[in-house]
Ligand binder design. Structure first.
Ligand SMILES: C[S@@+](CC[C@H](N)C(=O)[O-])C[C@H]1O[C@@H](n2cnc3c(N)ncnc32)[C@H](O)[C@@H]1O
Ligand SMILES: [Zn+2]
Length: 1005
């Protein structure tokens, strides 16, 4: 069977760079049509699809016809590159390849030139991944010819195209790119919101082309006019002509301090504007009668001045911290449980929140203006609520006017568990009455526009137009609910789904749907039209339909490629999140999409997701569903077809489940490629490994000619174990050269390892015992750890170092980031940390944290046991933390003997390193001698030296290294050198170990 390009090579570094860049494109990208969580970058999809569909011309089994066409197409392309400066710019990285070509061009005839042809195709793919190349005709034409030629050469009927199937289609990135490069696409997803997005992208846009944008614009404007007429009075302008663009509200509670009972507005921050040069905040002033607070708006020229004056902001931090609320009147802090129960009793308290301030713009004046609310503002909000009540009473029809469908159960996924805890029981509870009034008005207007449109043009176009307008309502909802915080830097409301969760927000910004500002209908509509314009419409019409991947609608052998990006274990609770949109879409579009939007909420039962990562039951269920889905993929794939499964997850359990499913479903892994799609740094403030790469597993069916899974290929365990280290030995340096290191590299090794294991129906030991995948993966971790260590120490034999040194090195390496992450700690976004801190009740700590299971596997691979390493590792729930060097002071210098976990100092009594060292010195009484006891292992000694340096004990350090002889061990310097490369930049550890290393020469070592 001819190998595909992707089974031989892939320019992952360039693809990754394009994928990362694409993430910063905010306008005109398909992702701006609607939120979908964890979308795959188009760059990566485009590249891997080309490489999966096109055979490798250098493979002797490659059909000569394809080589011929490829040579012609590449020759033509090279010529075009030389002639067009635009193309030359896009191909600058490979200019020499296109330019050195003589008159004859590429050749498919002589075997000597095949490698060059392969190189040309790979370079083409790398440059085509660029967002800017995605609509360039020369790229598109070349790609489409190659796709068709490959298909025909591989046995497809003349004139047909290969069919790419994606049963977890989500936002549609994979099927869209399949269409773009000239394949056919069949997209399905369990989730109706995802299916609707796929319909827009794969069916409506290519079918109706520019006409769609025109009609959406026209009917959008029609709606705007009517919405303004109907809703304008609920957002009154100021007498001086200023226009409100946002209302800032705070949920409130009653202070539970003894005898207090004041109303406390819950505000996370009192900042209104943190714009450079113009800073505005709120000041809360306790009322004399103790009933609560009044507010005042204060402008401060700079933050520092504001702070220095002290009295300006009694609570510069706001009144809520980690969910508990501090009363500005009496100072009492009402605990989080009470805050919750008070809000719970009022369905979250959005409907009776307190209006704190109004943001306006003034005609002809730049910037935003802040004022306190007036009676007119209160009256307007009041009358909106009354109007809503009237409409609710008058409302008839099968669906409630305001969404009454339930929000996610608090026992569910952590990302959505807080809504009900705060009493937001129905999706309608997420909105204030005025927000609901606006949304329900728009829903009605979109329905009406759709009907009018149908009366004027054909039903197909009307369906498409209505769907797109329905998506604008979703955007409106995303920016117009009571969980939108005010963003003081950009001075606009933040949309709800900044991340893949629904976190509670105390003080929120209500945008104005009839304004021209953020959250207004008009700018949202404009955004959609702009997207249509720049995204193009030049691709074939695909097909989208709802279906579970576990019961695929296509017949056997229908597809040439099975390319998919399934759910990542417990990463995103898609069904729960998407219900937020679904309830509105259903009200807007159920007349045009009656089947798709027939149920009350999105299906949850069949979803392949783990809600609680600790649950063995859910894990088993996930594996079962994934296996079924993978079996279905194999079934619908033609025998000579190719599979490609994307997976990105940072837990070992997630990976094992996925791989198990693939192996059990009868797939052979034939290649695997990490593509790094995340921007910037990846070690968050807690020093936890987070993955940037998603691994693309290339696979082929392990089948008999009749389509059943082959059961007769038995592998020999010894042989497998012999091959494994060789494979890892070849692969890790390649990854490193592409900038893939650390946890990304570890997970990227699972693919190649599986290439060996999955070749066989089963692998047996000499005794006949069958080797489980889990057992094999333990061996993989060990092989990776050994190989990585050899790389770190630049020495194949690292046996001279004790286990603690090897574990530390491997641990830090796992946390390290490649060329893209610069290793400095990134501060967690304030908004994020609020919830996380509240949930976990722990604050950040020093040290280096890994998922427990990963740490355990690394340790095991090095022949160590985490549980015995209490002197350096702290285990807490599912996390393992390598203690910071400072925390080891007492163990290394004091009297504490044996493995004993260092206790963290109680808050507020944090000793600095110098003091800690002094305390330890006193405890062990070595001060008189002036030289500390010398630690038992090389690592202990390096850490001791680092601490002495860090505490400024220069003399003691010298004695320790010279007189006590710690520095005479060459292993000491070798380890110090390695650690210097491994400790993240900006950490104390890095500074200290470099300080020690700087002494080396001077002390004569
Ligand atoms: C990682 S997302 C796909 C993202 C997509 N590649 C993109 O770029 O937007 C996984 C998808 O699997 C869907 N899903 C979960 N369980 C499913 C099932 N049993 N059948 C079909 N789709 C399912 C989810 O709704 C989600 O859209
Ligand atoms: Zn109080």
């Amino acid at each position: 069977m001819p190998r595909r390009l992707i089974e031989v090579d892939l320019p992952i570094k360039e693809i990754s760079a394009h994928a990362r860049r694409e993430k910063s494109i905010r306008h005109g990208h398909i992702s701006t049509l609607h939120i979908w969580w964890a979308r795959r970058p188009l760059a990566a999809c485009r590249a891997v699809l080309c490489a999966a569909l096109w055979p490798d011309p250098a493979d002797p089994a490659c059909p000569p016809r394809f080589r011929e066409t490829a040579a012609q197409v590449m020759t033509r392309f090279a010529r075009a590159v030389r002639q067009s400066s635009k193309l030359a710019g896009l191909c600058a990285n490979h200019w020499s390849r296109w330019n050195r070509l003589g008159q004859d061009g590429f050749s498919g005839q002589e075997p000597e030139s095949w490698k060059d042809l392969r190189g040309a195709l790979l370079d083409f793919i790398a440059d085509f991944a660029n967002w800017d190349a995605s609509t360039v005709p020369e790229f598109l034409d070349a790609a489409r010819i190659l796709t068709q030629a490959a298909h025909e050469a591989l046995g497809g009927a003349p004139g047909t195209r290969p069919l790419v199937v994606d049963p977890f289609a989500g936002g549609g990135a994979i099927p869209l790119e399949a269409l773009r490069i000239g394949a056919d696409a069949f997209a399905s997803d369990l989730n109706p919101v995802a299916v609707l997005l796929n319909k827009v992208v794969l069916e409506y846009i290519p079918k109706h082309g520019k006409r769609l944008a025109e009609e959406v614009r026209r009917w959008g404007a029609w709606i705007k006019e009517r919405a303004e007429e109907e809703l304008g009075r609920f957002y009154p302008k100021d007498p001086d002509g200023a226009v409100p663009i946002a209302y800032l509200w705070a949920r409130t509670i009653r202070c539970e301090g003894p005898g207090c009972g004041a109303e406390v507005p819950l505000m996370r921050s009192l900042w209104l504007s943190k714009k450079k040069g113009r800073q505005v905040g709120l000041r809360l002033i306790p009322r004399g009668d103790g009933s609560g607070v009044d507010a005042e708006i204060v402008e401060v020229p700079t933050v520092s001045q504001g702070n220095r004056r002290g009295g300006v902001y009694p609570h510069p931090e706001g009144t809520v911290r980690r969910g508990s609320a501090t009363c500005p009147c009496c100072g009492y802090t009402t605990p989080v449980a009470s805050v919750r129960s008070q809000l719970k009793a009022r369905r979250g308290g959005a409907a009776d929140a307190r209006l704190m301030a109004v943001v306006t713009t003034r005609p002809g004046q730049p910037g935003r203006f802040y004022r306190l609310p007036t009676d007119e503002d209160f009256r307007a909000a009041q009358s909106a609520a009354e109007e809503l009540r009237r409409r609710e009473a008058a409302h008839t029809g099968p669906l409630s006017l305001v969404p009454e469908e339930p929000t996610p159960n608090p026992g569910g996924h952590r990302a959505v568990s807080s809504v009900q805890l705060y009493g937001l029981i129905t999706w309608g509870d997420l909105f204030t009455p005025r927000q609901v009034l606006a949304l329900t008005t728009l829903v009605r207007l979109v329905r009406e526009a759709g009907e009018r449109c149908r009366a004027e043009c054909d039903a197909g176009l009307a369906e498409a137009v209505t769907a797109c307008l329905g998506l604008v309502i979703d955007k409106q909802a995303d920016l117009g609910n009571s969980l939108c915080a005010w963003e003081p830097f950009a001075e606009c409301p933040r949309h709800l789904f900044g991340r893949q969760a629904i976190p509670i927000v105390w003080d929120f910004a209500e945008s104005v749907p009839v304004s021209e500002s953020s959250g207004g209908w008009a700018p949202l509509l404009d955004g959609m039209i702009r997207c249509f314009q720049s995204v193009g419409c030049d691709w074939r019409i695909g097909h989208a339909q709802p279906a579970s991947a576990t019961a695929h609608p296509l017949p056997d052998d229908a597809a040439q490629a099975f390319v998919t990006d399934p759910h990542y274990y417990d990463a995103v609770p898609y069904a729960d999140l998407s219900d937020f949109f679904y309830v509105w879409l259903r009200r807007t579009l159920n007349n045009v999409q009656p089947i798709l939007l027939g149920e009350a909420t999105t299906p949850k039962e069949d979803q392949a997701v783990v809600l609680h990562p600790g649950s063995a039951e859910e894990r088993a269920e996930f594996e079962r569903k994934m296996q079924k889905a993978m079996e279905e993929g194999r079934r619908v794939l033609a025998p000579a077809g190719v599979g490609l499964v994307v997976f990105a997850h940072k837990s070992t359990a997630g990976w094992e489940s996925m791989l198990q499913a693939m192996v059990d479903a009868g797939w052979i892994i034939t290649a695997s490629w990490p593509v790094d799609t995340e921007m910037g740094t990846r070690i968050n403030a807690m020093g936890t490994a987070s993955l940037a790469s998603s691994v693309h597993l290339v696979c082929r069916p392990r089948e008999n000619p009749d389509g059943s899974v082959r059961q007769d290929a038995i592998g020999d365990w010894r042989q497998v174990l012999r091959e494994l280290p060789q494979r890892i030995h070849a692969w890790l340096p390649r990854l490193a050269s592409e900038g893939v290191v650390g946890a990304d590299a570890v997970f990227s090794c699972l693919g190649p390892a599986l290439e060996i294991f999955s070749r066989y129906s089963r692998v047996e030991k000499a005794s006949g015992e069958v080797v489980t995948l889990r057992e094999y993966l333990e061996q993989v971790w060990a092989a990776v750890a050994r190989e990585a260590l050899a790389m770190i120490f630049d020495d194949p034999d690292t046996a001279g170092l004790e286990e603690d040194a090897r574990l530390t090195a491997m641990w830090l390496w796992t946390l390290s980031t490649g060329a893209n992450g610069n290793g400095t700690a990134k501060a967690l976004d304030d908004e994020d940390s609020e919830e996380e801190e509240e949930d976990s009740g722990t604050s950040r700590s020093a040290g280096f944290t890994l998922e427990f299971d990963a740490a355990r596997k690394i340790a095991q691979g090095l022949g160590a046991h985490l549980e015995d390493l209490g002197r350096m590792v702290e285990i807490k729930k599912d996390k393992a933390r390598l203690l910071s060097v400072g925390e080891r002071t007492r163990h290394l210098f004091g009297k504490v003997e044996g493995p004993k976990p260092a206790r963290r100092q109680p808050k507020g009594k944090q000793l600095n390193l110098f003091e800690q060292l002094q305390a330890a010195e006193k405890e062990a009484d070595w001060g008189r001698l002036g030289t500390p006891p010398v630690g038992g292992t090389v690592l202990d000694r390096v850490h001791q030296a680092m601490i002495l340096f860090g505490a400024g004990r220069t003399d003691a350090l010298k004695r320790f290294l010279v007189e006590e002889g710690a520095g005479r061990d060459t292993r000491f310097w070798k380890l110090a050198q390695a650690l210097s490369a491994l400790y993240p930049a900006g950490t104390e550890e890095k500074r200290w170990v470099d300080g020690v290393l700087a002494r080396k020469k001077g002390l004569g070592f």
